[in-house]
Design a protein around this ligand. Structure first.
Ligand SMILES: Cc1cc2nc3c(=O)[nH]c(=O)nc-3n(C[C@H](O)[C@H](O)[C@H](O)COP(=O)(O)OP(=O)(O)OC[C@H]3O[C@@H](n4cnc5c(N)ncnc54)[C@H](O)[C@@H]3O)c2cc1C
Length: 296
């Protein structure tokens, strides 16, 4: 069985920073495991700019930001295992990995979990009606468009006004799509001020504040939504071909749950990045990654 000083699970911004930091601190055997075919995590689907203002003092796209770190990792002593998923961690500091060559077990001294987060879906909401096609999370839409080069429809309603929803509203507007409305239950939009200005105001995205979706219409394909203003109680129907949900992220800690039970994972595991808590900007994820070995 191969043994490593450090096992890092997840090759996004957090995992890459933690791996580089381990290398700088003098650890020799560092393994960075990523289930996808490339390092970068969520950054790889972010074609928009707004990354690295704090860390590099430059306005980079997500892809460029990932590339800067990926090339640093390639020049380091970090061993990278792509297309490989960590399925289980064990109390004796071994891990079960599944990759293209099948299953294998490795042992390690220290472990960093940098598995990111997942998006909350429409199923977390109490909304009446059907669940036809054309409903997807904003992150899925971003992947379908930016990576798979697919079309997601022309008449779009976005539920939720946080950063991710706003960034998708801007990208879709730039692509000539019609954003029918962005629905937000609070009395003001969420997200960073700069995104409100650059995405909502610049592209005049129609914002329905104090509002929720009450019903989905359509059988095979979504045809529209009924929204309700929470102050007046008034309901109105919006025609649409696509509903994007941008209603928050949940740290991805399933590996801890399946391995140990959420509350009781051993203290030799450190969580970093969005699997610890959801970070607004990538710079703070990278900064945390570099701080993680501070005690060594
Ligand atoms: C749509 C969107 C727009 C954004 N826009 C901006 C912006 O403009 N500016 C900005 O600064 N920030 C932005 N952010 C935030 C920033 O991109 C993220 O906070 C940061 O990249 C998260 O890094 P991470 O390493 O924590 O997670 P992730 O990037 O999600 O990486 C986690 C990695 O772990 C892997 N993984 C998970 N489980 C396993 C396992 N069991 N085995 C192996 N691998 C595993 C996943 O495949 C993934 O590659 C945006 C985020 C999103 C989603």
């Amino acid at each position: 069985m191969k043994h490593f000083d450090v096992l890092i699970i997840g090759g996004g911004a957090g995992g890459m920073a933690a791996a580089l930091s381990a290398s700088e601190k003098g650890y020799q055997n560092i393994l960075l495991v990523e289930r996808k075919e490339a390092l970068g995590g969520i950054l790889l689907q972010c074609t928009h700019h707004g990354f690295g203002l704090g860390y590099f003092g430059e306005d980079l796209s997500g892809i460029q930001y990932a590339e800067r770190f990926r090339s640093k990792v390639e020049c380091s002593n970090v061993q990278v295992l792509l297309n490989t998923m960590v399925l289980r961690l064990h109390p004796d500091k071994t891990a079960l990995l599944s990759g293209t060559a099948g299953l294998k077990t490795i042992s390690f001294e220290r472990c960093v979990l940098a598995s990111g987060c997942r998006e909350r879906t429409l199923y977390s909401q109490e909304i009446a009606g059907t669940r036809p096609s054309g409903i997807m999370t904003a992150g899925t839409a971003q992947k379908l468009i930016n990576i798979d080069q697919l079309d997601i429809g022309d008449e779009i309603v976005i539920l939720g006004s946080g950063d991710v929803g706003q960034i998708m509203a801007r990208q879709l507007s730039q692509a000539g799509k019609h954003i029918i409305a962005m629905i937000e239950k609070e009395d003001r939009p969420g997200g960073l001020k700069r995104n409100q200005k650059d995405c909502l105001e610049a592209y005049r995205i129609p914002l329905c504040l104090n509002s929720v979706i009450r019903k989905i219409h359509g059988t095979k394909q979504i045809e529209g939504v009924t929204i309700q203003n929470l102050n007046s109680g008034k309901e109105s129907f919006l025609n649409c071909s696509t509903l994007l949900t941008a209603i928050g992220m949940i740290p991805e800690t399933d590996l801890l749950k399946t391995s140990f039970g959420q509350e009781t994972y051993p203290d030799w595991i450190k969580k970093i990045g969005n699997c610890d808590y959801v970070h607004d900007i990538v710079d703070s994820v990278s900064a945390d990654g570099f701080k993680i070995w501070a005690e060594k």
